[in-house]
Design a protein around this ligand. Structure first.
Ligand code: NAP
Length: 253
């Protein structure tokens, strides 16, 4: 029977992996989306939407749908689903691997302030600037709600909900963003400090270059560690190899 791969998605990498898997003869792929984004982009292969109901629910889904391999290709900061993937894989014996883009690294001229959490980012911000570009997503912004003296420009795909800082402007946009986009945004809003998660990847990296050009401080929220038992691979070809699908019978696209 065709091997069935479940991809936990919601990222560009997950879409690329689904495209690579669907191009292989005799492989069935289902991508799972949380259902947070109102209009997710098209995903090749089968798609299911919504939570599984914790690790036990995911384990039940793996059994019920005869899944042969699980790939967690969720965002590096989607901590709960990754923990569930580790537990469900251990409980069912379904082999699991994580597809995770590498984190960003500071270069010469960067003024990065690396912090462990959004709360810690909020703590350092008042020392670094007054006009903040916040690109950490629409969730967790309560951490910044008490910063009443700062002006925030929050960029997110969907509108953020309260509580938000009182002086907040929302810019709705979905990456990828070009360097020209980012230069224009920083200039138009007279941004003097940037806050980002260490998401990694090309699609949203231009803001870091734009910040460097303007010598702006950047608060970078560090990634949470992977749960024990999961290994991260950084590209689609490595995942296909690990699944035994990148060899001669199944040439990697
Ligand atoms: P999370 O905190 O790790 O997950 C919370 C709950 O949402 C999980 O326990 C699970 O519910 C459900 N869930 C998350 N991802 C799922 C998936 N791919 N398929 C089915 N259920 C899923 O996740 P999050 O940070 O809210 O992220 C949600 C989604 O957005 C992920 O797919 C992630 O790749 C994407 N995303 C996240 C970020 C970010 O910064 N966190 C950025 C870009 C994209 P149950 O326990 O009921 O199964």
């Amino acid at each position: 029977m065709a091997p069935h791969v479940l991809v936990l998605g919601g990222t560009t990498e997950a879409r690329r992996l689904a495209a690579a898997l669907t191009a292989l003869p005799g492989v069935r792929v289902t991508t799972s989306l949380a259902g947070r984004v109102a209009r997710p982009g098209a995903v090749p292969g089968d798609v299911r939407v919504g939570g599984f109901g914790g690790a036990a629910g995911l384990a039940a889904w793996l059994r019920e749908h005869a899944v042969d391999a699980l790939v967690d290709a969720t965002h590096p900061f989607a901590e709960a689903i990754t923990a569930n993937a580790a537990r469900a894989a251990a409980g069912t014996g379904v082999p699991a691997v994580v597809l995770r883009r590498p984190g960003w690294r500071p270069g010469p001229g960067d003024d990065w302030h690396t912090v462990p959490s959004l709360d810690a980012a909020a703590e350092v911000l008042p020392r670094l600037g007054r006009r903040v570009l916040l690109t950490t997503g629409r969730l967790g912004l309560a951490a910044f709600a008490g910063l009443t003296d700062l002006h925030f420009v929050v960029r997110s795909v969907d509108p953020p909900g309260p509580p938000l800082p009182p002086d907040t402007e929302v810019v709705l946009a979905r990456g990828p963003f070009t360097l020209a986009d980012e230069r224009a945004l920083l200039r138009a809003h007279r941004i003097d400090v940037l806050v980002t998660k260490d998401s990694g990847g090309e699609a949203t990296a231009a803001k870091l270059t734009a910040a460097r050009e303007r010598a702006l401080p950047v608060v970078v929220v560090r990634r949470p560690p992977l749960p024990p038992g999961l290994t991260a691979l950084s590209d689609v070809a490595a995942v296909l190899d690990r699944l035994g699908l990148g060899g001669a019978g199944h040439p990697a696209p």
